[in-house]
Design a binder for this molecule. Structure first.
Ligand SMILES: NC(=O)C1=CN([C@@H]2O[C@H](COP(=O)(O)OP(=O)(O)OC[C@H]3O[C@@H](n4cnc5c(N)ncnc54)[C@H](OP(=O)(O)O)[C@@H]3O)[C@@H](O)[C@H]2O)C=CC1
Ligand SMILES: CC(=O)N[C@@H](CCC(=O)OP(=O)(O)O)C(=O)O
Length: 340
């Protein structure tokens, strides 16, 4: 059994991790942690649905995690865990970080976009970006796993086969992306439902969203040359789910069916990506509560563009499910364990 802890258990992704890990056949939960200053509480007082697990939520204690755990999931806001990550990695605990702290390879880029000092810079090099459909071998070796952002997951998976098959020109790629409100964390979601539901709006447009450097970094890795994107995130009036519509110029005269064949071949053997048949488009209801990324494709013959629709559950494939998938790979398990 892999002994795991979840830090940030009171948050959305912490709860989702608990939901998945409590049913995982190879996992024993040995620690649930809240903030350092808070008191020990019964899990059932916060999540009555988990009463049968009979677990407690304790104040964060890195020494306890070092003693009791093989792996730890950090489900915390960015910049909160800089102090404990080095301690845990040095103690041989495998760290799976759901925040953006170790996703960007250049610390200056991180500091610019996240507007905080990175105080564990030497650990960036040691970290592995955990989009395992594209880099499973590196994930196998990871001691510190940077779990991808939700928007970047839809976009990198949506574009990877087209880039690798060299069928698209990445100049002028446009991404129109919609997220369920839980993407903003529990507190913002509560505020949204109190103050504006069922509103639907764009936010942080025109090169200002902090996922842009992550998206551009991963597309640049895939294509081998610098990529710049136009990214328009939007909040839709549902709790969870994410749909990215990606518009990119085709370099070759290919039909939708031909491109779908290339995509199916690229993701052959990847259990969590499903490329839909010609004529079908994914909807968020098909991905919610699953670890799947569903991809639909259509060529717009009039404009010469490929339109890619990439759909996930932001809390599962966009966060906690992908984190467990990565843990499975890091520990040599079947990557679907606990997730199907
Ligand atoms: N929600 C999503 O769809 C996705 C989230 N992520 C990332 O995952 C991480 C967690 O997100 P999410 O679960 O949505 O966030 P939430 O806001 O729902 O939860 C955050 C958790 O962190 C704790 N926390 C907040 N501030 C501190 C602090 N200063 N010190 C210690 N603990 C703190 C909170 O405790 P308390 O309850 O006491 O405030 C809570 O347990 C973030 O980095 C987020 O960007 C990544 C992909 C998708
Ligand atoms: C709807 C919504 O507000 N979504 C969040 C998603 C960011 C997120 O989850 O942060 P990281 O993936 O970088 O950790 C946002 O746009 O800020």
């Amino acid at each position: 059994m892999i002994r795991v802890a979840i830090v940030g258990i009171t948050g959305y992704t912490g709860e989702e991790l608990l939901k998945i890990l409590s049913k995982h056949p190879d996992v024993k939960i040995t620690g649930l942690y809240g903030r350092a200053a808070s008191e020990t509480r019964d899990l059932k007082n916060i999540y009555p649905q988990f009463e049968k697990l009979n677990l407690k939520i304790e104040p964060l204690d890195a020494n306890k995690i070092k003693e009791n755990c093989d792996a730890v999931f950090l489900a915390l806001p960015h910049a909160v865990a800089f102090e404990i990550v080095p301690q845990l990695v040095n103690a041989g605990v495998k760290v799976i970080d759901l925040s953006a702290d170790f996703r960007l390879t250049n610390p200056e880029v991180y500091e610019k976009w996240y507007k905080v000092n990175h105080t564990a810079k030497e650990y960036i090099e040691k970290s592995v970006y955990g989009l395992s459909e594209l880099n499973e071998e590196s994930v196998k070796q990871a001691a510190l796993l940077a779990n991808p952002g939700c928007y970047p997951t839809t976009i990198a998976l949506g574009l990877a086969p087209a880039i690798k098959n060299n069928i698209v020109d990445l100049k002028g790629v446009i991404i129109d992306a919609k997220s369920g409100i839980s993407g903003a964390g529990r507190k913002s979601t509560q505020e949204y439902f109190q103050n504006e539901h069922p509103n639907f709006r764009a936010y942080k447009i025109a090169g200002t969203h902090r996922h842009i450097p992550e998206i551009e970094q991963e597309l640049t890795v895939l294509s081998g040359s610098d990529v710049t994107v136009t990214f328009t995130p939007q909040i839709m009036p549902v709790e969870r789910g994410m749909l990215s519509a990606i518009y990119v110029n085709l370099k070759k005269d290919l039909s939708s069916a031909q491109i779908i064949e290339l995509y199916k071949e690229f993701y052959k053997g990847k259990p969590f990506v499903n490329v839909l048949d010609d004529g079908l488009l994914p909807a968020i209801k098909d991905a919610v509560n699953t670890n799947m990324c569903l991809i639909g494709l259509k060529v717009d013959k009039r404009t010469g563009k490929l339109i890619i629709i990439s759909v996930i559950d932001n809390l599962v494939k966009g966060a906690s499910g992908q984190a467990v998938q990565n843990m499975n790979i890091m520990f040599g398990l079947n990557q679907t364990a606990g997730l199907k």
